[in-house]
Design a protein around this ligand. Structure first.
Ligand SMILES: [Zn+2]
Length: 129
């Protein structure tokens, strides 16, 4: 069996802008982005929540390896996540991805509350008598 020539594959740098405007009609108006702007203006959502528009997150976890979460660990475990920022064109209705991003997201581990010896037992005096 002949050796195949090793094809050098370049890694893509993220974030990667796929389409700045609609690839069908060239419009920059997007439904999700517009609605997010409305909701930020009305004070319904925070501006920082959706800075690049609607997103679909793909979590790339190997189920065979899992994630080890130790409450004693110094560093937080990280999971690979790809974010697809997609939207629908206001002018022609075409749905497309505008930005693809990749990051290693740190997992927030909830802190275990310190258990006090008598915690959980309430004296009858606290029960509103
Ligand atoms: Zn369009």
């Amino acid at each position: 069996m002949a050796d195949k020539p090793e094809k050098k594959r370049e890694r893509i740098e993220y974030p990667c802008t796929v389409n700045e405007t609609c690839p069908e009609c060239g419009s920059a108006e997007r439904h999700g982005q517009r609605k997010i702007e409305d909701l930020v203006e009305d004070g319904v959502i925070d501006e920082a929540l959706f800075p690049k528009g609607p997103t679909w997150a793909l979590t790339l976890i190997d189920p065979a390896k899992g994630i080890v979460i130790s409450p004693l660990a110094i560093t937080k475990p990280k999971v690979p996540i790809m974010n697809y920022y997609w939207d629908t064109c206001v002018d022609c209705g075409h749905t497309y991805v505008n930005i693809i991003d990749f990051r290693m997201q740190e997992l927030e581990i909830p802190k275990m509350p310190m258990q006090m010896p008598n915690q959980g037992r309430q004296s009858p005096g606290y029960l509103g008598g």
